[in-house]
Design a protein around this ligand. Structure first.
Ligand SMILES: *Cc1c(COP(=O)(O)O)cnc(C)c1O
Length: 377
């Protein structure tokens, strides 16, 4: 059976974890966490990066730092993971779902402005499959209407838009290092901050409401409880695991892009004959090979496709059930305008097996099964 995901593993993880254990410092913000934070700042150009316990808690931090009041509205796509939405629900906001573009499955930047009201505070672009949203347009809209931008770049680590790393455009950026993502620490994520003025508040929020980070830098002579907070520090064991992968970030990205290209070359002819649809990567988007998906004609064909692939020993999966039609989505949000693409396109999409260690033989088996399904040589 070719599974849909195998967590990435480079070989150095256990050595670094053993190093963390030997140093008798396995709680948060030790040497490995610092190395990972510094790597994100230096390699990806974030002003400040802080590892978190998940992509979800990075989004929670972002939502809490947006200073939302009851009745404030947040614009986001309905085609996304629940984490994007639930962070803003926890912070007390109302969700306003906007339609996606059918080519990238990203928030349709042309439909955002129409959804803005005098209660709108934040726009949340989700960079689906590590392919960037149209950030030039989104940032211009945010500037014009004085809105914050929180990037859900959970899938966008090591992806770029016109040369700039995803996660560094918005006021806040959120990465995930879950085992299904390109770089993993089991469970984990990172919170990225663009403006100097939010760094201290973010550190306090992440450190149980204390100014402990300032204390360790020698900026105050004792640490104390200064504001509301929570604990979002991952253990050094997890950070050590991640460090082994960030060290090899370029090679890992290249391997994923090679695998992505192999699928694409094999399936483009079927796309050109309109038998299926292949993904679009717009000019200016330097993607990271997070995902290869195809789109079937409709839900019925997709159901058949997944069952057929399973019989051929290939696990293919779909996601997401649009949030605006989910029980919590109905309770906490509303869809603005017409659902032209969100539901229709989400019902057609199916993800092919994609992971760091996927072999050409595995991919050949996947491709052969797809060709058999479509009755082509
Ligand atoms: C994975 C993912 C998240 C959540 O990340 P976790 O680390 O699993 O909490 C949020 N948003 C998107 C788009 C994701 O793909």
């Amino acid at each position: 059976m070719i599974g849909f995901n195998i967590p990435p593993y480079t070989g150095r993880e256990m050595d670094y974890m053993a190093e963390a254990v030997a140093s008798h410092a396995i709680s948060g913000d030790g040497q490995f966490t610092k190395r990972c934070n510094a790597w994100i700042e230096e390699r990806l150009g974030a002003r400040r990066a802080l590892l978190t316990t998940s992509g979800t808690t990075a989004l929670d931090m972002a939502a809490l730092l947006c200073d939302l009041r009851p009745g404030d509205e947040v614009i986001l796509p309905s085609y996304t993971f629940s984490s994007t939405a639930t962070a803003f629900v926890l912070a007390g906001a109302k969700l306003v779902f906007v339609d996606i573009r059918p080519d990238t499955m990203n928030l349709d930047e042309q439909k955002i402005e129409d959804a803005i009201t005098d209660r709108t505070r934040v726009i949340v672009p989700v960079h689906y499959a590590g392919v960037s949203c149209e950030m030039d347009t989104i940032l211009a809209i945010a500037k014009k209407h004085h809105l914050k931008v929180v990037e859900d770049a959970a899938q966008g680590v090591m992806a770029f838009y016109h040369g700039q790393a995803l996660g560094t455009f918005g006021d806040f950026g959120c990465y995930s290092f879950h085992e299904t993502k390109n770089y993993s620490m089991g469970e984990g994520g990172a919170f990225l901050i663009r403006e100097e003025e939010y760094i201290e508040r973010a550190e306090i929020l992440r450190e149980k409401g204390t100014n402990r980070s300032k204390f360790f830098r020698g900026q105050v002579d004792k640490y104390t409880w200064v504001d509301f907070g929570d604990s979002y520090l991952p253990s050094e064991l997890n950070a050590a695991y991640l460090w082994a992968q960030l060290e090899q970030a370029e090679e890992m990205k290249q391997r994923r892009l090679d695998a992505w290209q192999r699928y694409d070359q094999a399936l483009r002819p079927l796309a050109e004959e309109n038998r299926l649809q292949a993904p679009t990567v717009p000019a200016g988007c330097d993607q990271n090979g997070h995902m290869y998906y195809i789109k079937c004609q409709d839900l019925a064909e997709r159901t058949e496709f997944i069952a057929f692939m399973k019989q051929r020993g290939v696990q293919c999966v779909f996601h997401y059930v649009p949030l605006h039609s989910a029980p919590a989505g109905l309770k906490y949000g509303r869809f603005h305008g017409e659902d032209e693409y969100t539901t229709k396109e989400s019902e057609r999409l199916v993800r092919l097996p994609m992971y760091d260690s996927i072999t050409e033989e595995d991919q050949a088996q996947v491709i052969a099964a797809i060709k058999e399904f479509y009755h082509v040589k």
